[in-house]
Design a protein around this ligand. Structure first.
Ligand SMILES: [Zn+2]
Length: 203
């Protein structure tokens, strides 16, 4: 397996806002299909964008960087891409995963209100499965092991517990979940600063 191809690439939407990361493999595919361009920064907030042909040419003039080789081409590894899609952006949803439930609940037990590290947390069915509770955003909350054990398969009022807040489907927003994924490349930093737009507007 080629590990270089699995490295993360920062993906910007067409408003140049960071939306998520993808692998080098996927980034190159998007650029090759014309759905994205590679963003190259020179470290001084100047950017150049390259389509696939231009990236191929650029890769051949610079041999200092790491290259990923395909059967016929040697390409530089993109660090950032910007999507070229026009029209409406696809509606995004936050994937229902264990980690994303913890993120929604800010790693805080929804019963006792204490913040824990991820491995000391559990997911709890508010309405237990054996009482018909579903495994959905609205019925799953972050719980510490102590509260989880105390609640067991009861309803909250039966054990005199209450929820900090009603669990809901989180609204997707740029960078959901990216906090845990620290920038792996310095060139990302300028795009990840939340006040970047404000700074630019007031400059
Ligand atoms: Zn707790």
């Amino acid at each position: 397996m080629n590990i270089v191809l699995d490295r993360p690439v920062l993906v910007l939407n067409r408003l140049w806002q960071p939306i998520h990361t993808c692998s080098v493999r996927r980034a190159l595919k998007l650029v090759c299909l014309g759905h994205a361009q590679v963003v190259q920064t020179d470290g001084e907030a100047r950017y150049q964008t390259h389509d696939f042909t231009s990236w191929v040419e650029h890769s051949s003039d610079n041999v200092a960087d790491e290259l990923v080789r395909t059967v016929r081409l040697a390409l530089r590894i993109p660090k950032i891409i910007v999507l070229a899609l026009y029209g409406r952006l696809p509606r995004k949803e936050v994937k229902f995963t264990r980690h994303n439930v913890f993120l929604r609940d800010k790693f805080t037990c929804q019963y006792c209100g204490v913040r824990f590290i991820e491995r000391e947390l559990n997911l709890d069915h508010v309405v237990p499965r054996d009482k018909g509770g579903k495994t959905t955003w609205e019925n799953i909350v972050t719980s510490c092991i102590g509260c989880n054990t105390r609640k067991a398969n009861k309803l909250i009022h039966q054990v005199n517990m209450r929820l900090l807040r009603e669990p809901r489907i989180p609204r997707w927003r740029p960078l959901f979940g990216m906090k845990s994924e620290a920038p792996t490349d310095e060139s990302w930093v300028q795009f990840l600063q939340p006040d970047r737009d404000t700074v630019r507007l007031s400059a």
